[in-house]
Design a protein around this ligand. Structure first.
Ligand code: G3I
Length: 496
């Protein structure tokens, strides 16, 4: 997160860059790696593991400064606790009101966070007029609702809970008896197809509670998902609400894994855990379970402070009523920071391939600093430097596959590619950003060894390096014959 305004930042950058060019010593080439510091917030730490950490937000609480500042600082995925539900968004037939949903979505977007949509269809919190419908009239109203709401938020939602809580707690894994269910057993797949047509970019999830271990209810859901996958019904993910008591099912992780093995993502969507001797430990176990599963995208807790929780008296969240971090918070953060490998992140043990959908910060092994578009430039020819890591868009890069073993490395800030200036093949040639030309001076091979990537130009075969193994902010990035130095090695830290 940025700590200075862009103007201050640029001024300070130029000053430090000048100092750097006069004070360089070749001996810094042998400096040891400067390991990145452990992240200090839930969202940042989860992002380093290729995941998100979210919270439910109530629109009415956003004006509470303690609440919104904790939410802004700690979380990078936001669910509207009630404001995108059917009763809130369609108070009368085919008449929509997105004002409270937008309040949350806009707050999230303006603070750089993504949004989980919750929930398109649910037997609870249906508006009164829909509660009075049945049969084909209810089916049409339900599908119209899915289409209109998902279309309105098209492109703005990471994952939608398309259908919520449609299974019963009867110990047999049956569908819940509801007016929606009585419109026909295919109502769930009809909802998923309508949601896909309305917003092809959102992941579409089925979401439920008491499905956290392997039991009759979760097996009912499992069988439905397996059937949907077999028949091509568009489902991408399953949400596990995880409203938990004082013990975690011993097969919690195994249950998530069996769903992931069906070919869907899994997400923990409404986590809260009864206060008691085991709370902090259980939070850590849930976090570790998600990290252990490559297809677990992230965790959302159902509220910010204990006093914001729907579970009055259970104190089930990560912050107390005054906004202090609880032991449970520390145990989640520690579990995230210690956590296992990041699928798709070669910067961590256990990762092997580059995810072309992800955004990475590239940390130089020698300096610990991040590959950075100098002074937030967006023009062709702007030089690329290293700068203390701040995760800004000028430090985020996407690896765009050329399809034949190379990548274009694209700036999130400018949309431009890393480019060897003027197609030079010389040692020391400058690396700049330039509009995509498809040229071989914009194509790079990333060879990963021991968690670090050596990045070589397709044109010259030379390696991307920090010039003179500088450790200073503002030092230039150039190409140079590959010699295996730490200043030619980059850790890819996934941040989005
Ligand atoms: O805002 C009104 C207030 O004006 C009115 O005076 C008061 C009277 O009871 O009600 C207030 O609305 C309440 C609303 O929360 C906002 O606080 C509703 O009554 C109350 O029913 C509603 O509860 C929500 C509940 O879903 C509805 O079933 C909870 O906030 C929300 O946390 C909870 O979330 C659900 C998920 O959507 C699905 N999974 C389970 C989870 C927990 O129940």
């Amino acid at each position: 997160m940025r700590t200075t305004t862009p103007r201050q930042h640029g001024w300070r950058r130029r000053a430090v860059a000048l100092a750097a060019t006069t004070g360089l010593a070749f001996t810094t080439m042998l400096a040891l790696a400067n390991p990145a510091q452990a992240a200090s917030t839930l969202g940042a730490s989860a992002a380093e593991k290729g995941r998100y950490f979210g919270t439910a937000i109530a629109a009415g609480r956003l004006s509470d400064w303690t609440y919104s500042s904790i939410a802004n600082r700690e979380f990078n995925m936001i669910t509207a606790e009630n404001e995108m539900k059917w009763d809130a968004t369609e108070p009368s037939p085919n008449s929509f009101n997105f004002s409270r949903g937008d309040q949350i979505a806009n707050w999230a977007r303006s603070n750089g966070k993504r949004v989980r949509g919750h929930a398109l269809l649910w037997h609870a919190q249906m508006p009164g007029w829909a509660q009075n419908l049945s049969g084909s009239a209810l089916r049409s109203a339900a599908i119209n609702h899915v289409t209109r709401v998902a279309s309105y938020y098209r492109g703005k939602i990471h994952s939608w809970d398309v259908v919520n809580e449609a299974f019963a707690d009867d110990g047999r894994g049956s569908r819940r008896d509801s007016s929606l269910q009585r419109t026909g057993n295919d109502w769930i797949e009809a909802a998923f197809r309508a949601a896909r047509a309305a917003d092809p970019g959102a992941k579409l999830c089925y979401n439920d509670y008491n499905t956290d271990g392997i039991n009759a209810k979760s097996t009912g859901v499992y069988n439905m998902v397996r059937d949907f996958k077999a028949r091509g019904v568009p489902i991408d993910c399953v949400g596990f609400q995880s409203h938990l008591g004082t013990s975690l099912p011993g097969d919690y992780q195994a249950n998530l894994q069996r769903f992931a093995d069906l070919g869907v993502d899994v997400q923990i969507t409404e986590l809260d855990i009864q206060q008691g001797g085991n709370q902090a430990n259980m939070y850590a176990q849930v976090t570790k379970a998600c990290l252990a599963i490559a297809r677990c995208n992230g965790i959302t807790v159902w509220g910010v402070r204990d006093s914001d929780s729907w579970r009055t008296g259970a104190n089930p969240l990560l912050f107390d009523a005054w906004g202090n971090k609880k032991a449970a918070y520390t145990s989640v953060l520690n579990a995230l920071n210690a956590g296992g490998g990041n699928p798709g992140n070669p910067g961590n043990p256990g990762g092997s391939s580059i995810d072309t959908n992800a955004w990475y910060v590239l940390l130089n092994r020698n300096s610990g600093k991040a590959l950075d578009v100098y002074n937030l430039a967006t023009n062709d020819g702007a030089r690329i430097t290293q700068w203390s890591r701040n995760n800004g868009n000028q430090q985020q890069w996407q690896f765009v596959s050329t399809g034949d073993g190379y990548y274009e490395i694209r700036s999130r800030l400018s949309g431009k590619n890393l480019d060897v200036y003027a197609k030079s093949t010389a040692d020391g040639a400058a690396i700049v950003q330039w509009t995509d030309t498809n040229g071989s001076n914009q194509q790079w091979r990333a060879t990963v060894s021991n968690g670090y990537a050596t990045i070589t130009s397709r044109l010259s075969g030379k390696a991307l390096e920090v010039q003179n193994a500088s450790t200073a902010d503002g030092a230039n990035i150039v190409q140079y014959s590959s010699w295996g130095g730490a200043n030619q090695q980059w850790q890819l830290v996934r941040v989005g």
